[in-house]
Design a protein around this ligand. Structure first.
Ligand code: SAM
Ligand code: SF4
Length: 479
């Protein structure tokens, strides 16, 4: 996990993108300025959709809910992109590269079949709005992350012949709930409990793309968890940009810790994870709950962003290095080992060599089990984008490489100590060629292992670790 990544891509139809011809004239393809027919006239029988998702787990889960909305309206999932009548891109704009990637994907549809209707959803849709129609006139639908509730209306407009349908409403206190959610992962169920963000970190577009913070009512969350348990899910991952600032809007008014305990108490649920926690809302009671309730996983993702208090101030992170480290000390004092992961940004405007050195010493001090490290990327509508003292790109790259190397050493040393230990693994994959199963421990460590048994997918098994790498462990099932 120490490698930097700019983008996570998942595809609901799980297909590779076929390359589209870049020339006009061939049967199915047509020049950019030709007006697209509307959705209803392009399809015979059930319309088929394909969603490609960029970005974080919240986006992945939004796509699962969008798929639910489409299925409810009678659409079918396409086997692949080529067969889809409706292609939806659920986008990310957290870093410049993520946004570029979406535009390059859209560019591939310049000459695509008129039978395809193209939609852009999510953070980039919110950020760029109408500009998307200008840059990619073959797009028919633009829907921002805070407007998903309006998706059925937008689809109706499209189906009735609308050519440029858009919703960018940010001013909402509603959350996106669906009758059906088409979950991709049969073992771990994502569940968004809070949307938007009320913080104002100076580098971050999220408050502009996802709108104000709004929590989902606890009754609604708990009834979905019960349904998931009935459907056979044993692991739940609660999601939110600042998941731990959850506040139940219903008269029950429970806080995040009470919700964690209630979800963990649902019969059939064996593991509860949550991400992402903001350090400001990370209280001792969360650690106490993890300590007391076995179903709460031994893992906390607590993004620090920088080890330098002056950079944290410039980032408007609302905590100092020492305050952050105090919270880490609560985690380390728990009666069972809790793994810790974080996010860091290098090359924030004004970050000196000394500031960067403080991030490196923080990595040493905390001893994380994984770090997502990013080069600072200036984003529109953020206060940091106009700050002086920009760090040159090559220097950002150098700092990123240094931070990743340092963290890699830390992970090798930490994982090495686990050789000989046994973990309970929820098995979620089979690597046929290697003859191995794979899954995760409660501490979210990836473990590849061998077993004489068959049909282990979805089962919990005990695995003894025999080897360790920086990002994963290898072992054998204890039989
Ligand atoms: N809400 C989470 C928090 O407060 O830590 C973070 C959510 S953000 C989607 C995920 C990560 O992207 C952040 O923790 C940060 O490290 C990184 N990130 C956000 N904006 C960035 C930017 N402009 N440049 C580089 N990395 C950025
Ligand atoms: Fe972005 Fe900060 Fe909100 Fe996280 S807390 S989503 S980094 S503004």
């Amino acid at each position: 996990m120490s490698k930097a990544f700019d983008i996570w891509i998942e595809s609901l139809a799980a297909t590779a993108l076929p390359s589209l011809p870049s020339a006009t004239g061939a049967g199915d393809y047509y020049p950019e300025r030709v007006v697209r027919p509307n959705l209803s006239s392009t399809v015979a029988g059930g319309k088929r959709f394909h969603i490609e998702t960029f970005g974080c787990q919240m986006n992945a889960h939004d796509s699962e809910k969008v798929a639910g909305v489409l299925l409810e309206r009678g659409y079918r999932a396409a086997e692949n992109l080529a067969q889809a009548d409706l292609v939806l891109y659920n986008t990310c704009s957290i870093r410049e590269k993520a946004a570029q990637k979406v535009f390059s994907r859209l560019g591939e549809f310049r000459y695509a079949s008129p039978r395809k209707v193209i939609a852009v959803l999510g953070c980039l849709a919110q950020q760029e709005g109408e500009e998307i129609f200008e840059r990619a006139p073959w797009v028919s639908l633009v829907c921002g992350s805070a407007s998903y509730r309006k998706l059925p209306e937008l689809l109706t407009e499209l189906e009735e012949g609308g050519r440029r349908v858009m919703s960018l409403d940010l001013d909402t206190d509603e959350t996106f709930e669906t009758e059906i959610t088409r979950r991709d992962n049969p073992f771990r169920a994502y569940l968004t409990i809070i949307e938007g963000c009320d913080y104002a970190c100076s580098y971050c577009v999220v408050p502009h793309t996802r709108g104000p913070e709004r929590s989902r009512a606890s009754d609604s969350i708990l009834s979905e968890v019960r349904r998931l348990a009935d459907a056979g899910y044993t692991e739940i991952q609660l999601l939110g940009q600042t998941v731990n600032s959850y506040r139940d809007p219903s008269p029950r008014g429970i806080d995040f810790v009470a919700l964690l305990r209630a979800v963990a108490a649902v019969e059939g649920i064996r593991r509860v994870r949550f991400t992402t926690s903001h350090p400001n809302d990370f209280h001792r009671e969360i650690v106490e709950a993890i300590d007391e309730v076995p179903a709460l996983c031994d893992h906390v993702h607590l993004p620090v962003q920088s080890g330098s208090t002056s950079i944290l101030r410039a980032m408007r992170r609302t905590y100092t290095r020492d305050e952050y480290l105090e919270k880490i000390s609560w985690v380390r004092a728990a009666s069972r080992p809790i793994s810790l992961t974080t996010d860091i940004i290098v090359g924030f405007p004004g970050e000196t060599e000394e500031d960067f050195e403080e991030t490196l010493t923080l990595l040493d001090t905390v001893g994380y089990d994984g770090v997502f490290s990013f080069k600072y990327s200036p984003r529109p509508n953020t206060t940091a984008s106009s700050m002086a003292d920009a760090v040159p790109e090559e220097e950002k790259s150098r700092r990123l490489a240094v931070a990743m190397d340092r963290q890699r050493e830390i992970q090798i040393a930490r994982n090495q100590k686990l050789v000989g230990a046994a973990f309970e693994i929820l098995v979620d994959a089979r690597h046929e060629a290697r003859g191995q199963w794979a899954g995760r421990s409660t501490s979210n460590r990836m473990v590849n292992f061998t077993s004489p048994r068959e049909n282990l997918l979805g089962q919990y098994v005990q695995v003894k670790v025999t080897r360790a790498g920086p990002n994963s462990l290898v072992g054998d099932e204890v039989v």
